[in-house]
Design a protein. Sequence first.
Length: 146
Amino acid sequence: MAASVFRARVRDAGLDGVVVVDSAGTDGWHEGDGADPRTVAVLDSAGFETEHVARQFQADWFARLDLVIALDRGHQRSLRRLASTPEDADKVRLLRSYDASAGGDLDVPDPYYGEVDGFEECLTMVEAASEGLLEAVRDAVEGRAA
């Protein structure tokens, strides 16, 4: 969900030639599967594309990435444990840390075992945080050619 929303924000900002948005999980669960049908329904109804195939994050990806976004503190810890250097660990940030209105509640809840309203709540959180994330990314890539 977060990748779909942020990919749209990057495209709308004209940064899709500079910024690559991708998605991977911290575990191999559902690897090779598409997005949960509830996620697809919520994203579709909000006008977002839903291209997604589940895969597991690999430690060697840190070398080519500038930023790694985690949706909750558990994922953040897992990703930081994969990092082979302190610099790579510092690349891992919580998505909601880019939402000033989030306060201290920085975890995006996992809606998987609930109803569609949990997915809608997650979309609201993801959209709010994506605005701040886009500002940070725009500042970081300023001056890079597309």
